[in-house]
Design a protein around this ligand. Structure first.
Ligand SMILES: Nc1nc2c(c(=O)[nH]1)N[C@@H](CN(C=O)c1ccc(C(=O)N[C@@H](CCC(=O)O)C(=O)O)cc1)CN2
Length: 370
């Protein structure tokens, strides 16, 4: 069910926050997408530890440089829009080329197995989209659909079968699982070499350790980092704030930023004065699942804002009866930030692109293909 938070970001959850920067907010922010260049292509980062070593976007040494480039045709203070849909498309094209090469040289195509339990509409859509994305780049997909009341053992049985199938290089169990199932038991059963979601505890442990690399970087946080890199946002030595500490996004995102040599703070439900901490950040990753929580007044001018939230909000004018908004109040934040991801069309499309990347990476590792 969609929540009833108003489109002007004036929800009760945020009413206690600091007043807005009215001078900045008075001007409407006009976006001129046609004047903003597409992000430059570069090879996809594979291991988390490699991320800071990769070449930066041409001519953009920092978030503020990128922002300056974006706003050069517009006197209003408008953030550059980080186009996740476009970057995801570029990445899918790069992956398709690599897969064709792999098939030519060693006659192997990557395989991805997806297990869906239950009939949640959103999960069904994500699984369908994953399957379509696999087909488009040349990954063979395998799908298991189980009823809501399946037992944990049934899921474990399918995982075991895929673990020992050499044509399957990646396995994922779509989340959330039904309440009667123990996520940990199920995620632990996926072979760490095929855990393309990167949710296995050993994988997260390796992500957290200095001098170790995970087998796979979880897809959504990997997508956030990829967007920062492709838009030339400097991370080393910068202050970063991650809002939210989930196992799937917030916590791994904070670990990745730290691996990339940012100074990282995590803001969570017990944090005092979250707005003050967030306002110090050059980079903000918001992944808390509260519509429009982060207001313009939380943001340091010129900061890079990555909004992971996908929150349905009632909207009788939309064909679906709701629309999606992020954790960040876009109207306000886009007038203050240097760069910002929209919702939809920001981080969301990157999640599936990164899943394809992890699946290819797995097949390459298993078959020792460079
Ligand atoms: N096993 C996993 N389960 C879940 C994951 C995951 O990474 N692994 N992440 C999410 C769901 N998810 C992929 O599974 C996902 C979410 C959102 C999008 C996306 O492209 N969103 C669009 C908007 C879509 C819409 O209009 O409804 C966007 O933000 O632009 C892709 C994948 C939870 N479960």
């Amino acid at each position: 069910m969609a929540s009833s938070i108003l489109s002007d970001c004036s929800s009760s959850a945020t009413s206690r926050l600091l007043p807005l920067r009215r001078a900045l907010l008075a001007q409407p922010c006009r976006f001129l997408p046609t004047t903003v260049p597409a992000p430059p292509r570069r090879p996809l980062a594979i291991a988390a530890a490699q991320l800071p070593l990769l070449p930066r976007a041409r001519g953009m040494a920092s978030a503020s440089a990128a922002a300056a480039a974006a706003s050069s045709t517009d006197s209003d203070a408008c953030a550059k829009i980080i186009d996740g849909k476009l970057v995801a498309k570029q990445i899918r094209e790069e992956i398709a080329v690599e897969i064709a090469k792999m098939k030519d040289v060693i006659g192997v195509v990557p395989g991805l197995a997806v297990i869906l339990v239950g009939s949640r509409k959103d999960s069904q859509t994500y699984v369908r989209n994953k399957k379509k994305a696999c087909e488009a780049v040349g990954i063979k997909s395998y799908e298991v659909n189980l009823p809501e009341d399946s037992s944990e053992d049934e899921v474990l049985k399918h995982i075991a079968t895929f673990n020992s199938d050499p044509s399957v290089h990646g396995i994922l169990v779509q989340l959330p699982l039904p309440h009667h199932m123990n996520d940990e038991n199920i995620l632990n059963a996926v072979s760490i070499e095929k855990d393309v979601d990167g949710f296995h505890p050993l994988n997260i442990g390796r992500l957290a350790m200095q001098g170790r690399d995970p087998f796979f970087v979880p897809c959504t946080p990997k997508g956030c980092m990829e967007l920062l890199h492709r838009y030339g946002v400097e991370i080393k030595g910068k202050r970063a704030v991650v809002i939210g500490r989930s196992n799937i996004v917030g916590m791994p995102a904070a670990l990745l930023l730290q691996k990339a040599n940012a100074t990282v703070s995590i803001v969570h439900s017990n944090t005092k004065k979250p707005e003050e901490i967030t306002r110090q950040a050059d980079i903000v990753i918001a992944a808390v699942g509260v519509a429009n929580l982060v207001r313009g007044s939380w943001i340091k001018p010129g900061a890079a804002i990555i909004d992971v939230g996908i929150n349905p909000v009632d909207d009788p004018e939309s064909p679906r009866g709701y629309r999606l908004v992020g954790d960040v109040c876009y109207e306000e934040a886009s007038k203050i930030a240097g760069l910002i991801t929209p919702v939809p069309g920001g981080v969301g499309p990157m999640t599936i692109a990164m899943l394809l990347s992890n699946t290819l990476e797995s097949a390459k590792r298993i078959h020792k293909f460079k």
